[in-house]
Design a protein around this ligand. Sequence first.
Ligand code: SF4
Length: 456
Amino acid sequence: MEQTHKHKKLYIKTWGCQMNVYDSNRMVDILSALGYKQVNSPEDVDMIILNTCHIREKAIEKVFSELGRLRPYKQAKESKGGKMLIAVAGCVAQAEGDIIMKRAPYVDMVFGPQVYHQLPEMVLKASSDERVINTEFPTISKFDSLPDEHTIEGASAYLSIQEGCDNFCTFCVVPYTRGAEYSRSAREIIDEAHRLVDQGVLEIILLGQNVNTYHGAGLNGGTWKLANIIRAISEIDGVERVRYSTSHPRDMSDDLIAVHGEIEKLQPFLHLPVQSGSDKILESMNRKHTADHYREIIARLRKVCPDMAFSSDYIIGFPGETEEDFEATMQLARDVNYASCYSFKYSSRPGTPAANLKEGIVPDHIASERLARFQALINEQQTAFNQTCIGRTPPILFDRKGKKPDQLSGRSPYFQSVYVQGNERLIGHIIPVKITQAFDNSLTGEIEIYEDGSKD
Ligand code: SF4
């Protein structure tokens, strides 16, 4: 393929999980080799990519309304004799690609999350007016042909180590849109971590739909698990912090719990989705564990790492949920006492087993009322947790400028947003900050002393 050097403009919009953010960054890397440069507006660009998420209700309608908003940009470009390619990528493309091709004839490419490494070929076809749809699950992993160079924003970066899922929770589309579990080799992962550190990354977030089932080829033969990867990454010079997401309670193995007590760079904060506190509902969701098993995991983690904090995901109003089941959910959240937590009303996803459940559908107004009660509890817990940070001096990783003049924004070990007054030369550094105030969703503080000993 002939390389062109006039920069072409690429607008990419990403919805959904951290994995989609990682994929979008990798698509930018692939296309930069073809002369594309990422821009922040769809005006007069050469390519638009919508990287979609299928998790929420009406996901495909959201895609069509966005396409409707973007179509005039393509018409304007083409009315001036130019060409603009529009692509729909990600999980909605994977699950409902045919519908997009039919309903939006002005879309040039539709491709799933497993084939974006074939962008060069797809762009070639689309550039010669051949519409492309590709929702394969190729045997050779995309990771084998992704460019070494990474698009990096700040000192924290995602590193995808595992993809797909074999759990088939009854409400979830991931096994159908991302396919079966696949774990990258330890060699690949460690090499990618070194490249990230060479580009100034201090914090590495290991990603997977079910990251704690990671089981990849080890460095010296054998199979490595997530605990092995965490140890290896934390030994790389330049890595200051390690995190991982997203985990399943059932796969919190002994060795993984142990590293939380041994590896200082492993941050004392874990996102551990549980979805419900009712064993009846957990069974109906096919989560393969009980609420007490979850309590036990939390207790074991707090034993090896006493200042550990947690977040989770909860689905409220799953079919069959009674007031008693909901109370079990509230009780579990009280027992864990979260630092933060995501919660949603159940929304049925086409193609998932739960979408066929007809019994015990929770009326929307009841689900909304329960969700409001649950979120009130979580807000209380989150605010109380933030209050406990006042007076402490945690290390903060500054990764961007704040909204106010001379304001910096960073992340605490507990992933809290922290704002300080400071010199932007601190961006990309980890600095101790004395926390002076706490709010529902953030903290503010003062920089006591700069790395070079200066105060300002
Ligand atoms: S473990 Fe997570 S990704 Fe896998 S099916 Fe369940 S909810 Fe979906």
